[in-house]
Structure formats: structure tokens, C-alpha cells
Design a binder for this molecule. Structure first.
Ligand SMILES: CC(C)(COP(=O)(O)OP(=O)(O)OC[C@H]1O[C@@H](n2cnc3c(N)ncnc32)[C@H](O)[C@@H]1OP(=O)(O)O)[C@@H](O)C(=O)NCCC(=O)NCCS
Length: 168
């Protein structure tokens, strides 16, 4: 019997293309029909392997979930950007490849990201989700997040509502 190990680790420069692949598949899966097609395609094109390679080299905090040598998810994290919220930390992005969703990997990645923020001395965290992204809203509610604030993100002139979840 073959054993597949699941490892959560810092992204390395050689992960750039794999992360770009996760980004494309997960964003198309989550946001087609929510974010206007042209804006979504533009965002995906900008975030190719070269963009991720630069982000990793700039030491941005990026975690990957590595399943038997294949990167199937990533999270980016750092300081909270919304001054009106008192939490220090933020998970900017948390994405799992569609074919690997629903088997507990998002929960593991979220826990690892949360621990990493705490290890950096950041107290509490925020995550924003688009209001129409119901699976993500259900996931953050299930993970014990409190929805505390609302905002708007504009894509190609179309305003889309977003919700902030916090953990203290
Ligand atoms: C949201 C996401 C990170 C969750 O990760 P995941 O690995 O699929 O989630 P898990 O398997 O760890 O599930 C944990 C809980 O979340 C909930 N959940 C996960 N996927 C769900 C879905 N599609 N619909 C409803 N609830 C869902 C379940 O309640 C599950 O609880 P259970 O274990 O009691 O069944 C992942 O599905 C994903 O990347 N989705 C697309 C991109 C996205 O929306 N990212 C978040 C952007 S803000």
C-alpha cells in the first residue's frame, strides 16, 4: 500500500508554477459567475508563475499544502490591512484545488496559517470572503469565525459585497 504524506510548508521558488495552477483552478471554480468573466480572467493572467516567483522571493508569507510532492493548496498571510478592525493578523488568501476540496485540507491549512500568525506575535486574525461565495462563508462559520464587518470590492465597475470574519 502506498502512503501519501501531507505536508504544510513555506513556499519555495520552485513552487511558483504549481501555485499559479492552484490559483487559476481554485479562482475559476470559486468565482466564475460571481466576478465578471473579464476581470476574473485578467486577475488570473496577472498571477502567473513569474508573479508567484517574485512574491516568494520577496519573502511574502506563503504556505503550501504538499500532498505526496504535489502542491494542492496555498495560503498567504500577514498583517491585517483594515485599520477599523483591531485584529493584528490576516489570511489574505486560502485556496485548495477543486478536486481536493472537502477532505479536510482547508481546515489543516487554516490551522497552520493561524499558528504562523500567532508565532509572529500577531494577535487575532481577519479573513475576507465574497458574500456570494457560500462554500467559503460556510467554511469560515464552521471554523468558528465571527462575521463582524462588510465591505465592497469593485470588479470591472461591478460592486460585489464582501464579509470579514474574525478570530480573537
Ligand atoms: C473554502 C476552502 C478553503 C475550504 O477548504 P476544504 O478543504 O474544502 O474544507 P474542509 O474539507 O477542511 O472542510 C471543513 C468544513 O468546511 C465546510 N465546507 C467545506 N467545503 C464546503 C462546501 N463546498 N460547501 C459547504 N461547506 C463546505 C464543511 O462544513 C466542512 O465541515 P465538515 O468537516 O464538518 O464537513 C476550499 O473549499 C476552497 O479553496 N474553496 C474555493 C476557494 C475559496 O473559496 N477560498 C476561500 C476564499 S475567501
Amino acid at each position: 500500500m502506498k502512503t501519501i504524506t501531507v505536508d504544510i510548508r513555506r513556499a519555495e521558488p520552485e513552487d511558483a508554477d504549481a501555485i499559479a495552477g492552484v490559483h487559476e483552478a481554485a479562482w475559476r471554480g470559486a468565482y466564475s459567475g460571481i466576478i465578471p468573466h473579464k476581470a476574473l480572467t485578467g486577475m488570473i493572467q496577472r498571477r502567473g508563475g513569474a508573479w508567484w516567483s517574485r512574491a516568494i522571493k520577496r519573502a511574502a508569507s506563503i504556505l503550501v499544502i504538499d500532498m505526496g510532492g504535489k502542491v494542492v493548496g496555498y495560503a498567504t498571510l500577514g498583517r491585517n490591512r483594515a485599520r477599523e478592525l483591531k485584529q493584528d493578523g490576516e489570511i489574505y488568501e486560502l485556496y485548495i484545488r477543486p478536486e481536493y476540496q472537502g477532505i479536510g485540507l482547508g481546515t489543516r491549512l487554516f490551522t497552520a496559517a493561524r499558528e504562523k500568525l500567532a508565532a509572529h506575535g500577531l494577535d487575532g486574525l481577519v479573513i475576507w470572503a465574497l458574500e456570494d461565495n457560500q462554500p467559503a462563508i460556510a467554511f469560515y462559520e464552521g471554523a468558528g469565525g465571527r462575521d463582524i464587518a462588510e465591505g465592497v470590492e469593485v470588479f470591472d465597475g461591478q460592486a460585489i459585497r464582501k464579509v470579514a470574519f474574525v478570530w480573537n
